[in-house]
Design a protein around this ligand. Sequence first.
Ligand SMILES: [Mg+2]
Length: 439
Amino acid sequence: MLNRARRSFLGALSGLATIPLLSGQTRDTGFAPQKSAAGRLNIKITDLRCAVIGKNPTVRIVTDQGISGYGQAESSKPYLKPMVLFYKDYLLGENPTDVERVMLKIRRLGAFKPWGSAVSAIEIALWDIAGQVAGLPVYKLLGGKIRDRVRVYNGGVRFPMTGYTPKDYAENMAKMKEAKEGFTLIKQAVGFHNMPMMNQVPNSWYDEPRSGASHPNRGLMTERGLKYVIACVEAMKNVLGDSIGLALDCGPGWAVKDAIAFAKAVEPLHLTWLEDLITGDYVPYVNADVYREVTQSTSVPIHTGEQIYLRQNFKELIERQAVNVVGPDPEDVGGIAELKWIAEYADLHGILMAPHGIFDGLIGLAAHVQVAAAMPQNYIAFEYPVGNPEWWYDIVEGLPNPIVRQGFIDVWDRPGIGVSFRVAEARKRLSEEDRGFFD
Ligand SMILES: [Mg+2]
């Protein structure tokens, strides 16, 4: 017996029966559009697969109705496949259109970057299926779009550096300014996020250089070190003028007083934000009190959040006004609905959104576009992921051409996340171990 809510959802879906199910024409799995709405709602997960395609771990959720959903994790995590498959037994037999019900089974079994990635990729694949079943783009299921095109920022379209002097940074920024994508906002690494810059002058901070896990260096900067970073920033900003925004990815690892001194020094440059001065990039905790001290000391917007898993771990940052901008990555935070929830909560508190995404791949790019279309007006831009290697652009379909125009991506209307694989081409890129991924 169907309850009233379920009957009304079925009614809504019946009304959608005439919407062209474009996914059925393009997806490899032969979606059967003639199936009744009730039949489609009884869909069940039959398999969870993961292949490392290029460098991106790619998730495929297979169902009993010929529909598959795809999700992706960062290209920096080729080791993730066993973590994805860990969740398989939790998913088998579940209805993928009850996204939250499925997520309740697995969300607790994740952690800060990189260990929230598998859960996040699965969440995105579930939404991809839910959208295809409904015959709607995912942004409709997230509340509908409030913008027809989404702004992206350049964190990953790069040109080779000729050196690491302020002049070199200025020349390199001039090339980014002229990039064909027409970005209106560019992010550049500085400070401990850019060790060639830190190593350009001797003794730029009071500790010995360290190696090991990502971004291991931190400490108090010397006067010479701090002045050098500021000089590089000024040179880059001189190139951009006030026509293109400049954001800086700074750390983690700055001493609080250095962070404040740096922020105050660059205040006249009107930077868009200073990212991860204190924590970030594989730092598995939130340091809201310290961020709050930095944030309250400067007019430059302070940003963090790419390493954080789940909405609960943004609570203190947001409620205490510890930062001005948060930047969860949908492939680390727990997925796109998780990101939307954080965006809404941040908006209630006057905090802005600029999601991280540089390594998220082209399936990840599609997920970003869906959620960015539906985010509230605290949305600034998401970090544009590039296909790596270059052949990624040959194995997917559904992206606009060109993808970015004048710094924006037009939101597309195909069901699900709206980007899928050219299977014949993509098969050629599978490793021997992943040969059966598309079967
Ligand atoms: Mg960053």
